[in-house]
Write a protein that binds this ligand. Structure first.
Ligand SMILES: NC(=O)c1ccc[n+]([C@@H]2O[C@H](COP(=O)([O-])OP(=O)(O)OC[C@H]3O[C@@H](n4cnc5c(N)ncnc54)[C@H](O)[C@@H]3O)[C@@H](O)[C@H]2O)c1
Length: 323
């Protein structure tokens, strides 16, 4: 049987890695993983993820920057790629305020290169990472896919631009582009720059945890395994999905940061917390509707937040060899 060829960009990142591991459990899948392994957060964590991926003979790695068209071209052309998952991007809201150019390069130019090379190499399906940040500060919750988009920061703008580029490509070149608006994904192998991992790390490394907006922020935390299951289900149901359809990928379970801190204190211990005011560019509340997703995929089961948190904690301790 001929193996299905897939490109996963951002394969050393949290979501790209988690999806690649799952896809590789199918022996008829070959992955070309692309990543620059940038130093936005702990490079060692990315290298550890890569080490696991490389154990599988169906995985090939290319250390390439997606903003570099000519390097990326060699990966795409004449390879008969079935599906592309674009998860390479400069993530993070606060970082985008100081470094907008990184977002222009990786998220806008990089994504354009992925789209254009997919067109030239006749890729049929592209999944790409968008974000709940495209909504900005909504007044109505839960946010639905057809709400107005008012990104508050350059990160959110870069994701909105991805959705618009994908829309044009899907309409003119008959490529099925599927946008995934992720809502604060967490779990084992998660990103150290996101709030759950920051809280865990501050406790074990005896550092201060900065609780922004005095803990009043609300996030629709979504567990990584649920996210991966949803992506695979969308792929399976792709025939019933329109070109450039976009989905909120969320459990629709908003949790306040104050709740997270309490959960941590009750199960682990007291961290050194420094409460501070709202930080410019931050989103006050993220809470998505997953009705559209359920309509297309049928009933979905989501991991309970407390359970997901405990599994993440367990992973952190094992990864860092703590008792
Ligand atoms: N994790 C979340 O909660 C979340 C929420 C909303 C949206 N997203 C989006 O989902 C995608 C994946 O997120 P993640 O959490 O896995 O982030 P991540 O930072 O862990 O992974 C991104 C990976 O892309 C790589 N990369 C960055 N720029 C690159 C470039 N120009 N060329 C090649 N590789 C490059 C990085 O080295 C990194 O390994 C991103 O687009 C992110 O914006 C994530």
């Amino acid at each position: 049987m001929k193996k299905k060829k897939i490109i996963v960009t951002g394969c050393c990142g949290f979501i790209g890695f988690s999806l690649s591991m799952k896809l590789l459990s199918n022996k008829n899948t070959q992955i070309i993983g692309v990543d620059t392994i940038n130093d936005y957060y702990d490079v060692n964590l990315k290298k550890q993820r890569l080490k696991l991926l490389k154990k599988n003979e169906n995985f090939k790695f290319k250390r390439v920057d997606i903003k570099n068209y000519s390097s990326l071209k060699n990966i795409f052309l004449n390879k008969k790629i079935d599906t592309v998952y674009n998860f390479a991007a400069q993530a993070g809201v606060q970082y985008s305020i100081k470094n907008p150019k990184k977002y222009m390069d990786s998220n806008c130019i990089g994504f354009f290169n992925v789209l254009e090379l997919s067109r030239l190499s006749k890729v049929k399906v592209i999944f790409y990472a968008s974000s709940s940040s495209v909504y900005g500060d909504s007044k109505k919750f839960p946010v639905e896919e057809n709400f107005d988009l008012k990104p508050k920061n350059f990160y959110g703008y870069s994701k909105k631009s991805n959705e618009e580029m994908a829309d044009i490509y899907s309409r003119y070149y008959n490529i099925k582009t599927i946008g995934l608006r992720f809502f604060t994904v967490f779990g084992p192998w998660g990103r150290p720059d996101l709030v759950i991992n920051k809280l865990i790390e501050s406790y074990y490394k005896n550092k201060i945890f900065y609780l922004n907006n005095f803990g009043r922020h609300v996030r629709d935390f979504t567990y990584i395994d649920d996210v991966i299951k949803i992506i695979l289900k969308i792929y399976k149901n792709k025939k019933h999905i329109q070109n450039n359809d976009i989905f909120n990928i969320c459990g629709s379970q908003p949790i306040s940061l104050l709740y997270l801190v309490k959960l941590f204190r009750n199960n682990v211990g007291k961290s050194k917390i420094f409460k501070r005011p709202f930080q410019k560019g931050d989103i006050l509340k993220s809470y998505g509707s997953n009705k559209k997703l359920v309509k297309v995929l049928g009933k979905l089961k989501f991991t309970n937040f407390d359970e997901g948190f405990m599994t993440t904690l367990k992973w952190y301790k094992k990864y860092n060899k703590l008792n």
